[in-house]
Structure formats: structure tokens, C-alpha cells
Design a protein around this ligand. Structure first.
Ligand SMILES: Cc1cc2nc3c(=O)[nH]c(=O)nc-3n(C[C@H](O)[C@H](O)[C@H](O)COP(=O)(O)O)c2cc1C
Length: 434
């Protein structure tokens, strides 16, 4: 049918039909179960996967973000679960004909593979330095999707020995004026055994193409005095599935957890895990940004004494005084009185400061994973030159959307050119050298 003819009869063009079908499919995935079997998947007509490249550069920032952040008032946690459903589906290897059609598209849209961004750290190959931070995929639902979204690595968890529901809802709040999130999730997760089962079934045949970290936390029901055995149980269960492991003692949302950062409490946990660590897999500790310098010194000393592979700096902050958002709409309470940790832009400079400090104190001998407030390539560059070998993002990905990873990586390449550096490894700690 000719264009003019169609217009006269009010019929939609094939392109429009394709886009509507694609939108319907995405909507269906958003509301679908994360555990779809192949037969439950709708087999999509291959033709609409040939939809021409989208006519806008970043549909997330142009359409989705304004709608979600300023238009509809859906609960952020509800949206998070819907997103996880979609990503779980995306990671399924048996999506049939669609997979072969969508993968090149995903690759083009979200991934940037460039030898100058690649590094080997702890004997693991990272195709780029930008990873997914812990907390987004606590149960590993989308463990197979993260490589397709361009991440150089992904950290699953925090997972605890015992399954637990986390804190009462609402417990996740966007502070849009601050480009921030306040969360007090409280390690809601299905437990270490469930995660091990899931990863076992996912990776029975094929390991993921990027390094996978597993972040371990203490179960709420476990006494602080029994923390070491709690961590050890999860570590043992998950040992075959993680390329590296993280001891999380820095979440503000489990009562008493951060007290485990003190040397006399952290020491026995690290000793227990290293005793269990038969293959000498990289073990890291994740710290809070609110630690004083002497406390960070003590963690560094412990990390060196126990042969840790590195430090993740940092978790969320409990400092809320300088936020622009003063009241939480959902509760009517002053933000400073709300429990929970702050992530995103307000955390950026403090986490960079901590990275600078650790690099300085260790002379760059202990790899640092920098996390906190990365939204742009400039933010990423600042953390790398401060001393971070690898980076992670959570809140920035929510605000900037899935095209963020590629954008940041392209920006890092531009920075390498500007500074005439051959590879990203040469930029690590650069600000200490000038
Ligand atoms: C909703 C939410 C949940 C989180 N859950 C965890 C978690 O389970 N374990 C953990 O180590 N960090 C958790 N974090 C902290 C992030 O991994 C990251 O350290 C922090 O948010 C700073 O990075 P960002 O500014 O890029 O978000 C969580 C953060 C958010 C926003």
C-alpha cells in the first residue's frame, strides 16, 4: 500500500506497527514472571526486530525518565521489580529466534568493546572498568543480562545466609532534586542457598562472559558475635559461582553491621573466609564513607594482614544534612530523621576522597573499586585518577538509564586521548603522579 493511500485510509505504516508490537512485548516482559519458561515466551514476529535504529539518541532520558521521575508516581521498588523481570527475560539464553535478532541490537546500543579499556586484575579479565554495584541484583535474577548491557563486571547480592524479607516498605525513595536515592532495604534476599541454586542452573552449561562478584552480608537474625560463621556459610555455598567475593560490613540498614568494620570484629570474619578460600579467589571488603581516617587505616592494615584483594569504596552514607530535599513526600518526615543510606550525587566527592586516601596510604598497592555518585565520564575519570582500578554504578544507572555505560566508556576513551595515555590502567592514580 502506498504512503498516500495509507494516509487516506488511516492505516498505520509497517514501521509504526513494528514499534507498537515491540512496545507491547516490552510491556509484557515488564509484567511477566522472572522465571518464565521458554514455552511461556511469546515468539515474536522476527520482522519487528528489524525496526530501524530508534529515532532518538537516548529514549530513556528523553521519554522514560521524565515520565517515571516527574509524571507517574509509581513506587520505585515496584518499578525495580518490574525492571528485574524484564532483565531476567533478556538474559534467558533460550529466547529462540528473538535472541539472535536482539543480541546484535543490544550490542550496538549498550556495549563498547575497546582494547584500551581492558585490564587484568586479580587474574580476571575485565573488558572495561565499569561494573554494576551490589544491591541491584540481590538474587542474581538478571545475572545473565548484565554483559549484554555493557557492564565490564557485575556484583550480585548482598546475599545473606538466611533468606530475609528486609525492612518494612516503603524503603526506597528517589530524591530527584539531589540526583540521589535514600534506601533502607535491609538486605531483602532469598538467601545464599537459593542464589547458589539459581547460579548453578544458569551456569550449568556456560559461564558468563564477564567477571561476577558476590557480595556477602550478615543475616539479621544472626548475633554479631556469630557473624564470622554466618559469612562463612554463604561463602562456602556460593564459592563455585563467584569470580570474586565481597565482605559487606558497611550497610547502614542492618542493626550493628557497621560495627563489624572495627578491626577486632572484622579480623575474625576475614580469617574465617580466607581459611575457607581454597582457590585463593579474590576477597574484598566494602567500607562506609562515614568512617574516620584512623578507622580506614585500620581496615587497610587488616586487608593487608589477611591478604585481601582490594577495598570497595564506598557504600551509602548516613550523612543527610546537606541534601536539598528536606522532607520525604511519602512519609511526611524530615529526611534527616529518616533511617537509611544516601547514594548518588551527594556521595560523589566523599567517596572520591576515600579512594584518594586509600591509594595514598597504600601507595597504590591495593586495588580499589570506586563507587559513589558516578553519572558521567568525568565522574568516572575523577575516581580512576584518584586511584580506583575498577568502578561500579547503581544510582547513576537509574537516573541516566541503560545508555549510560556506553556513554561513560566513550567519554573515558576521549579522556585517554586527551591525556595521551595508551590504556585505562595507565590512568589509575594519575592525580597522585602530577
Ligand atoms: C537501593 C539500593 C540498594 C543497595 N543495596 C546494597 C546491597 O545490598 N549491598 C551493598 O553492598 N551495597 C548496596 N547498595 C550500595 C551500592 O552498591 C553503592 O555502594 C552505593 O549506592 C553508591 O553508589 P551509587 O552512588 O552509584 O549508587 C545499595 C544502593 C541502593 C541505592
Amino acid at each position: 500500500m502506498g504512503k498516500a493511500n495509507r494516509r487516506r485510509r488511516g492505516a498505520a505504516s509497517p514501521k509504526t506497527v513494528d514499534r507498537v508490537l515491540l512496545a507491547c512485548s516490552v510491556m509484557r516482559r515488564l509484567w511477566a514472571s522472572p522465571d518464565l519458561t521458554p514455552s511461556q515466551n511469546i515468539s515474536l514476529p522476527a520482522l519487528y526486530l528489524h525496526t530501524p535504529p530508534l529515532f532518538v539518541k537516548d529514549p530513556y532520558r528523553q521519554f522514560v525518565r521524565p515520565l517515571l521521575f516527574h509524571g507517574v508516581t509509581l513506587d520505585p521498588e515496584f518499578l525495580h521489580h518490574r525492571t528485574m523481570n524484564l532483565l531476567a527475560w533478556l538474559g534467558q539464553p533460550d529466547r529462540g529466534a528473538i535472541a539472535s535478532q536482539t543480541e546484535p541490537w543490544l550490542q550496538r546500543q549498550f556495549c563498547l568493546t575497546e582494547p584500551r579499556l581492558a585490564q587484568t586484575c586479580w587474574g580476571l579479565d575485565f573488558t572495561n572498568p565499569l561494573g554494576l554495584a551490589a544491591g541491584f541484583d540481590k538474587d542474581g535474577l538478571a545475572a545473565r543480562a548484565w554483559p549484554q548491557l555493557g557492564f565490564g563486571f557485575a556484583e550480585l547480592g548482598t546475599v545473606t545466609r538466611h533468606a530475609q524479607p528486609g525492612n518494612p516498605q516503603p524503603r526506597l525513595f528517589r530524591l530527584v532534586k539531589d540526583e540521589s536515592v535514600l534506601n533502607r532495604m535491609g538486605f531483602n534476599n532469598r538467601g545464599a542457598v537459593a542464589l547458589a541454586d539459581r547460579l548453578g542452573s544458569y551456569w550449568g552449561t556456560q559461564r558468563p562472559t564477564i567477571p561476577i562478584g558476590i557480595n556477602l552480608g550478615k543475616s539479621k537474625v544472626t548475633e554479631l558475635a556469630d557473624a564470622a560463621e554466618d559469612y562463612r556459610f554463604s561463602f562456602r555455598q556460593l564459592y563455585p559461582y563467584g569470580d570474586y567475593f565481597v565482605v559487606n560490613v558497611s550497610s547502614p540498614n542492618t542493626p550493628g553491621l557497621r560495627s563489624l568494620q572495627a578491626a577486632d570484629q572484622l579480623g575474625p570474619i576475614l580469617a574465617a573466609l580466607q581459611e575457607e578460600n581454597r582457590e585463593c579467589k579474590p576477597l574484598l571488603v566494602k567500607i562506609a564513607p562515614d568512617l574516620a581516617w584512623p578507622d580506614i587505616d585500620a581496615v587497610i592494615e587488616l586487608a593487608q594482614a589477611h591478604g585481601l584483594a582490594g577495598i570497595i569504596a564506598t557504600n551509602t552514607t548516613i550523612a543527610k544534612e546537606s541534601l536539598k530535599t528536606k522532607t520525604l513526600l511519602q512519609t511526611g518526615n524530615a529526611v534527616v530523621d529518616e533511617a537509611g543510606g544516601i547514594s548518588g550525587a551527594p556521595l560523589r566527592s566523599r567517596s572520591t576522597e576515600v579512594i584518594l586516601y586509600i591509594y595514598q596510604q597504600t601507595g597504590g598497592s591495593l586495588p580499589i573499586v570506586g563507587v559513589g555518585g558516578i553519572f558521567t565520564a568525568a565522574d568516572a575519570w575523577e575516581k580512576i585518577t584518584a586511584g580506583a582500578t575498577l568502578l561500579q554504578v547503581y544510582t547513576g544507572w537509574i537516573y541516566e538509564g541503560p545508555w549510560m555505560v556506553r556513554r561513560v566508556l566513550a567519554g573515558l576513551l576521549a579522556k585517554l586521548e586527551e591525556h595521551q595515555l595508551p590504556s585505562i590502567a595507565d590512568a589509575v592514580g594519575l592525580s597522585h603522579k602530577s
